[in-house]
Design a protein around this ligand. Structure first.
Ligand code: NAP
Length: 281
């Protein structure tokens, strides 16, 4: 069998960032304003700290300004809602990212839904999901958008293909399933109650794993020539697919690290620039 194609998210992210730098320059030239991405982090989850720092750095690389809001673990839903409300009304802010996950006592979806649609550049508001699903204008959820952008960049055909998504979370499994459906794939969504998962996965032309369990998808479950998209990111830098054994029977795969993750940040930047263009140009 031919060597599988590596779907390198870093390469895709780099090309997107290069384009964004030019677009931000134009915004600055024409409006004299530097677009701001506000990031909210609640509590002190070290992984979230790292993600927010990486997003801040990406923001600076493309010429925008990050505005970091750090809130204590004890923040209530009402307090977080009031911070979001303030950012919604702040004219300088073009995008709002509420870093997931927030502490368990906070109603995360209620807070996501409070982000105004024109600033929801991470695509987490239920109304954004609805708009995107129905093919209307709306910001896409960043990780699903990253997956679709990578597949498109490498020319992976989706029309008529059987895509099996493992996971149905609001920020990943569900929205990526809708994007695949809109790209004319035939989509099966699996979850923890799915019966005969390996048999279903065996029929897939494209597998998107978003389970949150290291090396969960086994080589024996896969059809030869399958396209593997591994959105998982687990302790020890491993994904949800046992890529060490499975990659060689695929036709293409996203590595972990260096696949879906780096491009996700680029999609957040891209939608924030889009929001700024709508506002200032
Ligand atoms: P999540 O909210 O925990 O959802 C996990 C999903 O997997 C759920 O729908 C669950 O089903 C399903 N599942 C769990 N056990 C299963 C099993 N044995 N068989 C089949 N399905 C099973 O996780 P998430 O937020 O979607 O994240 C998933 C992974 O993606 C994590 O590794 C996370 O770190 C990674 N991630 C990566 C990025 C990125 O940018 N690269 C961004 C976000 C997340 P039920 O619904 O039935 O419980």
């Amino acid at each position: 069998m031919a060597q599988p194609l590596i779907l390198d998210g870093r390469v895709v992210a780099k090309s997107i960032e290069a384009d964004l730098q030019k677009r931000v320059e134009i915004i600055k030239e024409k409006s004299g304003i530097t677009p701001v991405l506000a990031t909210i982090i609640v509590g002190n989850n070290p992984a979230s700290e790292t993600y927010v720092r990486m997003k801040g750095n990406a923001c600076k690389r493309v010429g925008m300004e990050p505005k970091k809001i750090e809130l204590p673990e004890s923040t209530t839903t009402e307090e977080l809602l009031s911070v979001i409300d303030e950012l919604n009304r702040d004219d300088s802010v073009c995008g709002i990212l509420l870093q997931h996950p927030v502490p368990k006592h906070i109603d995360e979806q209620k807070c996501f839904n409070a982000i105004s649609l024109d600033k929801d550049t991470d695509g987490v508001n239920t109304a954004s999901f609805g708009a995107v699903t129905m093919g209307n204008v709306g910001f896409k959820c960043a990780t699903p958008y990253s997956i679709m952008t990578i597949l498109n960049y490498y020319g992976i055909e989706l029309k008529g293909k059987h895509a099996v998504v493992i996971g149905r979370s609001p920020i990943l499994g569900k929205p990526v399933s809708m994007l695949l459906l809109n790209a004319d794939a035939t989509v099966t969504i699996c979850h923890s109650r799915t019966v005969n998962l390996p048999e279903i996965v065996k029929t897939a032309d494209v597998v998107v794993a978003c389970v949150g369990k290291a090396n969960f998808v086994k080589r024996e479950w896969l059809k030869e020539g399958v396209v593997l998209v591994d959105a998982g990111y687990n302790e020890g830098n491993v994904g949800d697919i046992d890529l060490q054994n499975a990659a060689e029977i695929s036709s293409a795969y996203t590595p972990v690290p260096g696949g879906v993750g780096p491009c996700t940040i680029a999609m957040l930047m891209s939608q924030t620039v889009e929001s700024a263009e709508r506002k200032y140009l």
